[in-house]
Design a protein around this ligand. Structure first.
Ligand SMILES: NC(=O)C1=CN([C@@H]2O[C@H](COP(=O)(O)OP(=O)(O)OC[C@H]3O[C@@H](n4cnc5c(N)ncnc54)[C@H](O)[C@@H]3O)[C@@H](O)[C@H]2O)C=CC1
Ligand SMILES: O=C([O-])CC(=O)C(=O)O
Length: 257
């Protein structure tokens, strides 16, 4: 496929690097207008400047990019794979994306991101589900630049500290760079308002640990992943970048899991 990637950060770089190996062509890199690289012919600053023939847009940039650019891209009939599930916690953003996708006959595909087990949760939700809780635990560096800095001295904590407890909607809105997993768990399971979330800074760990527990007519479910962060961004797990490519692979295959 001929691909446009939004962003040039840690996830975007990983995805851009891996595209040829997955049989795709990186045709454009969509950046903020003032970030256009005059030395790179692929660098564009607006949806209008995307070259003809793009078949899929990969949002590797975060909530602002999906909320700001997503509706225009979808309304033009282009599908998006996005890492920014948390942006849908804002009902107005979610409605705008929904309307644009219907108008353009396009689809917004949410990558599973840094978590797994979402297939189990969405099947269990048919049951229905009774409860879903998600606990996200990262080393202090993984919370830098987030709301955690308001309640914790991240450079000096010596034991695990909870800095957020509430619904997945509150988490996704308050932690746009850190709680997309909470949003994905919510969307797969009992929704943004009924998913209970706890976020923890833990100086004793070196991985991003995500745990989900669910209970319902299907039985009970526990999931735990200890994810390696991307080298360029301690906030973001490598699996989140990998999940963009695996979603792209899925969309290209005639037989899918
Ligand atoms: N679904 C998941 O499990 C995960 C989702 N994420 C989401 O992915 C985002 C990106 O993660 P990283 O690459 O690690 O962050 P990063 O900070 O390394 O890179 C972000 C990139 O996006 C660009 N960008 C931001 N807003 C933009 C806009 N409106 N238009 C064009 N470019 C824009 C920035 O300039 C930068 O190049 C995070 O902010 C987070 O929301 C991150 C980790 C896991
Ligand atoms: O990458 C991770 O481990 C999780 C993350 O930032 C998010 O949920 O937004």
């Amino acid at each position: 496929m001929k691909i446009a990637v939004i962003g040039t950060g840690a996830i975007a770089q990983f995805v851009q690097r891996m595209l040829p190996e997955h049989g795709h062509e990186l045709a454009a890199i969509l950046v903020r207008p003032h970030r256009v690289d005059p030395k790179s012919p692929k660098s564009v600053g607006s949806v209008d400047d995307l070259p003809a023939g793009i078949e899929m847009v990969l949002d590797c940039a975060g909530h602002e990019a999906l909320a700001g650019l997503g509706p225009d891209i979808l309304a033009r009939g282009l599908d998006i794979i996005s890492v920014s599930a948390g942006a849908l916690a804002d009902q107005q953003v979610s409605d705008r994306l929904d309307r644009a996708a219907r108008k353009g006959g396009a689809r917004l595909h949410l990558a599973s991101g840094a978590i797994g087990g979402l297939d189990c949760l969405s099947a269990a939700a048919v049951g229905p589900l009774k409860s879903v809780t998600y606990v996200g635990r990262k080393p202090p560096a993984g919370w830098k630049g987030s709301l955690a800095e308001h309640s914790l001295d991240l450079g000096n904590i010596t034991a695990a500290e909870t800095h957020f407890q509430g619904s997945a909607r509150e988490a996704a809105l308050a932690y746009p760079k850190n709680a997309n997993v909470a949003a994905a768990v919510a969307l797969a399971g009992v929704g943004f308002d009924n998913t209970q979330v706890r976020l923890i800074a833990d100086p004793t760990i070196h991985k991003n640990i995500h745990e989900v527990e669910a209970e319902g007519d299907f039985g009970t479910f526990q999931f735990r992943i200890s994810g390696t962060a991307l080298p360029d961004n301690p906030r973001s797990s490598a699996l989140a970048a990998m999940s963009v490519l695996s979603k792209l692979d899925q969309l290209c295959k005639p037989i899918v899991l």
